[in-house]
Design a binder for this molecule. Sequence first.
Ligand SMILES: *Cc1c(COP(=O)(O)O)cnc(C)c1O
Length: 329
Amino acid sequence: MNNPLAISYEDIISASEVLKDVAHYTSVLTSRQADEQANAKLFFKCENLQRTGAFKFRGAFNAMRKLSADQQRRGVVAFSSGNHAQAVALAGRILNTPVRIVMPHDAPAMKMVATRAYGAEVIIYQRGVEDREAVAHRLVQEHALSLIPPFDHPDVIAGQGTAAKELFDSVGQLDYLFISTGGGGLLAGSAIAAAKLSPQCMVVGVEPEAGNDVQQSLRSGKPLRISVPNTIADGAQTQQVGQLTFPILQAHVKNIVTVTDAQLCRQMRFFAERMKMIVEPTGCLAAAAVMHKVVDVAGARVGVIVSGGNVDVDVFSSLAGTVKSFSKN
Ligand SMILES: *Cc1c(COP(=O)(O)O)cnc(C)c1O
């Protein structure tokens, strides 16, 4: 018998209960101009408007809420300089759980400040000299902390799946659901939700062209490791799909596509100009694939998870300000 998958739909329901009073039930936006560009009916689930500015709060809070009282009291550790760090930090503040976040010495100062502002302790390591996982595991040993991984954990995957559950609950069945993909936590959780709530829906993962390790891994049937991809989609610079996420993707996801950094910039511009939203490059992956017709969705009902909005305003303007919008093309 094959190993069972890491989570079932019941775990997503349970995560929804855990998140009910603490996470935002984010808006679903539509746009006539987006529909015209894609030649389809699009539903944008706006996780850029989630607490801490990304869906990561869902998985982090669910995982930390499910620790024992003793584990919560001792505290948690995570290694991340991105959205997962802020998600774990806020969850810790809400649950009264001490949080340590391991970041490289050259992480952007803004990210360190934001993480500390949520009350977490930032532990700095020398990138290139030390290995961040070794640093985190030493903390786990020394202080009996619980490690909260960014995607490869059943409670994290189940938490991420609640975003897609809410989308189906809001708009009903869909023909397609497009998901930004790094280590595959959001994609795996969404695929489990879709299989239950909209079984005919084709779930499509979207990776940056420079970092298509999940696409390659699904094609070859085993998780492949790539070097750190060079892309503006910094939330999808993962080098390897998860051990728990991969079998879920093998079972439920037939299609992974890629977009270029230039397409991400154009999508950022579209969101700002037409939908009045700031969306980070990684948060644009799914939408960019639909709006550039990487998959032909003509006439279909299409869900798009806008996964995050955390981007420095100066970076935003330098990326979105240099490309042409769709209509002027
Ligand atoms: C982490 C992240 C992703 C990728 O999520 P995975 O679960 O690692 O696939 C996509 N978008 C944003 C904004 C993220 O922060």
